[in-house]
Ligand binder design. Structure first.
Ligand code: ATR
Length: 279
């Protein structure tokens, strides 16, 4: 039985909606596995009430929170400090409350790169195609460049968004922006493909390009984990490519948050196992 006492620390997640979030399950399992006296609860925070909710974190000494859609950007001006990734992205997914000082972090992109490392994928000097230039695409592109990718090619339906992002990223490394139509001509030149668009979540979603053209030599990553294997990953696997879904990114962004809050090494296997059982 979960033993809550007067000493139990409180953590949680802000989202709207928040019911779908797997973070409470994952973080609770992690606290339990390490014997840390803490609970992690979902907070449904209407964006209109975000300011009050953040004031509440300080007032009630909530030790840390994760932040999800649609609050990641809106919370930034309400915090005291943000890390480099969060500042670049203008989005925070983790907050640590240090004696009333709220520090914001963004662990999303690093979570993806950690999951690639775990799978034995070397990104160093590699040419990487990222599909999507929204919040996730931005986070993934930033982390890949910071952690040693050789060149990033950003493909987006709205090409202007890819161009804008490429311009902002160019001080961190080599970046190019293309339209989705150009992707098929680039497949032979890249070593890794990352889908960071929302396309693939629904069964009726059309493909982003002709997946039959995926070369077996590339590694294909989808940040989606529901469905567990998107049409993109099924097709890539059929072509003989190595495929990785978004579960690792979910686990590792949470693992980084756990490390920031507790200073302890997160129990990755435990976190992954409970998600696998749930999905
Ligand atoms: P997230 O935070 O998950 O990245 P987002 O910021 O809304 O969400 O970004 C969604 C991404 O999926 C964008 O790159 C979007 O392309 P546009 O910038 O052109 O909108 C992409 N996307 C969504 N629906 C798409 C579709 N039907 N075809 C192609 N790309 C799509």
């Amino acid at each position: 039985m979960l033993k809550i006492t007067g000493k139990t620390d409180v953590y949680g997640i802000f989202g709207f909606p928040v019911k779908h979030s797997l973070s409470p399950l994952m973080q609770t399992a992690a606290f339990h596995a390490l014997g840390i006296d803490a609970v992690y609860v979902p907070f449904e925070v209407n964006p209109d009430n975000l300011k009050d909710a953040v004031t509440g974190l300080r007032a009630m000494n909530v030790k840390g929170i994760n932040v999800t859609v649609p609050l990641k950007e809106r919370i930034v001006p309400l915090l005291d400090k943000v890390d480099e990734a969060a500042a670049f992205l203008g989005a925070v997914n983790t907050v640590k409350n240090e004696d009333g000082v709220l520090n914001g972090y963004n662990t999303d992109g690093d979570g993806l790169v950690d999951s690639l490392e775990e799978e034995g994928v070397d990104i160093n000097g590699k040419t990487i195609l990222i599909m999507g230039a929204g919040g996730s695409g931005k986070a993934v592109a930033f982390a890949l460049l910071k952690r040693g990718a050789g060149k990033i090619i950003i493909a987006n339906r709205t090409v202007e968004k890819a161009e804008f992002l490429a311009e902002r990223l160019k001080s961190y490394g080599k970046v190019e922006a293309v339209s989705l139509k150009e992707v098929e001509n680039l497949l032979e030149k890249v070593e890794l493909i990352v889908n960071s668009t929302s396309l693939g979540m629904k069964n009726s979603d059309p493909p982003l390009f002709n997946y039959a053209l995926i070369p077996p030599s590339v590694t294909v990553v989808d940040i989606i984990y529901k469905p567990f294997k998107t049409k993109l990953l099924v097709a890539a696997e059929k072509k003989g490519a190595k495929v990785i879904n978004g579960l690792g990114m979910l686990v590792h962004q949470g693992a980084r948050a756990f490390r920031i809050w507790t200073g302890h090494e997160p129990p990755i296997d435990v976190m992954k196992k409970i998600l696998m059982e749930h999905l």
